[in-house]
Design a protein around this ligand. Structure first.
Ligand code: BGC
Length: 397
């Protein structure tokens, strides 16, 4: 049931959260080595790190971060899903820096997209005395048991970016307006194809994210609320026939999974020169997979491709004309808002929230702060990403 919360339900739910922002953002640039992150994205496109070596490396790096920290404000555990996607490196680095600046001790861990690893990292955080946990879950449904332990130990939990489902141990949720991300992507396709003023039909294919990530349903729901009416009237045609969430989901948001699905779609539907007009991709890792496949297999006019995150590889693709747009989610702002939440919890006061209606995790609505996602394309990326200090010009060369 909860996996079916789409379409009109989302429209109604999100109507309440149109006016959002993420004030108080830090101007400090991400301190993460985005060069290294970029290497990962380019050399092994979103390869999900399943090797022991990768897991060890992630854990080892973060142990150092813990040791380096010496602060009197209390201890905060920060659990991130993976280093494979550039954005989580930035999220982790920003959280760590800003928490340290606020006087907290930080235990930052990455889990190589492995649920059992994330659970055991959280167990360790609880047993080593963390008072607040900030968790970007790998699978929102898999943390119920470990968060029971947190609750028993009096440890507060903030769901970071992704909602943790079916646990009453979650106090707050800090994220971007996920439905708005999808809406912006859908509206972009609608406007670029001028669907209201032209007859079409136009061919569309759809790629969304991991079924265990609650966000994926909001991205998909936001975009489909815009595009589905045109599909229903036949102006947009999905030749693969893959339209429903379960058919267009991408396990672990993996680039190579999106790429091989696109390979199959092209060979079955577009190999004869049939034009593909648009590819709705919920984020940049899936967009990268779709783009790689199109480059290798497709000979027609280049389609519109959407994305999200402004990962370095994808910004480069936007500059090269291979990806049409992305959504910029300034992780510095999300980190700043989350640190405010941590601070409030530590001091026993109420944390800042701007949405108390949208995100029900199965145990009730979780008070949330939704930051505003921003449209990015080749025309505004310099202002958004370089002038703001998010990336250097060199990183995008
Ligand atoms: C995040 C996106 C990200 C995706 C894959 C989602 O939960 O909101 O920004 O692209 O996960 O990591």
């Amino acid at each position: 049931m909860k996996r079916k919360l789409l379409g009109t339900f989302l429209s109604v739910a999100m109507a309440a959260s149109m006016l959002v922002g993420c004030g108080g953002g830090s101007s400090a640039p991400a301190t993460t080595d985005t060069g290294a992150a970029e290497e990962t994205a380019t050399e092994a496109p979103a390869a999900e790190e399943t090797t022991e070596e990768a897991a060890t490396e992630e854990t080892a790096t973060e142990e150092t971060a813990t040791e380096d920290t010496a602060a009197g404000g209390g201890k905060v555990g920060v659990a991130m899903p993976t280093k494979d996607l550039q954005r989580w490196n930035q999220d982790g680095a920003n959280m760590e820096q800003q928490l340290k600046d606020a006087g907290y001790e930080v235990d930052l861990q990455y889990a190589s997209n492995d649920i059992a690893t994330q659970v055991s990292q959280i167990e360790n955080m609880i047993s080593s005395g963390a008072q607040v946990l900030v968790i970007a879950s790998i699978d929102g449904d898999s943390l119920g048991t470990v968060l029971e332990q947190a609750k028993e130990a009096g440890v507060s939990v903030i769901a970071y970016d992704r909602l943790i489902m079916n646990s009453d141990a979650v106090s707050y949720y800090a994220t971007f307006d996920n439905y708005m991300v999808g809406t912006k992507q859908g509206e972009y396709i609608r406007d670029q194809l001028d669907l209201d003023n032209t007859d079409g039909p136009y061919n569309l294919e759809i790629f969304t994210g991991d079924p265990g990530d609650n966000n994926a349903r909001f991205f998909y729901g936001g975009a489909m609320d815009v595009l589905k009416p045109y599909i229903d009237e036949g102006k947009l045609v999905v030749k693969s026939g893959q339209v429903e969430f379960d058919d267009v989901a991408t396990a672990n948001w993996a680039t190579e999974t999106a790429q091989s699905r696109m390979d199959a779609i092209i060979s079955a539907n577009y190999a004869d020169g049939t034009k593909l007009d648009a590819v709705l991709c919920s984020n940049d890792s899936t967009a990268l997979g779709a783009t790689n496949s199109l480059e290798a297999n497709y000979t027609g006019d280049w389609p519109i491709i959407t994305g999200q995150d402004c990962d370095v590889a994808n910004v480069k693709n936007m500059i090269a004309g291979k990806q049409s747009m992305s959504i910029f989610k300034d992780t510095r702002d999300l980190a700043a808002k989350t640190v405010e939440m941590v601070d409030a919890i530590m001091k026993g006061s109420d944390a800042p929230v701007n949405d108390t209606e949208t995100y029900d995790n199965g145990t009730g609505v979780i008070p949330s702060y939704l930051c505003e996602p921003v449209f990015a394309d080749v025309n505004n990326y310099k202002e958004l990403l370089i002038d703001s200090g998010y990336y250097t010009e060199d990183q995008l060369q």
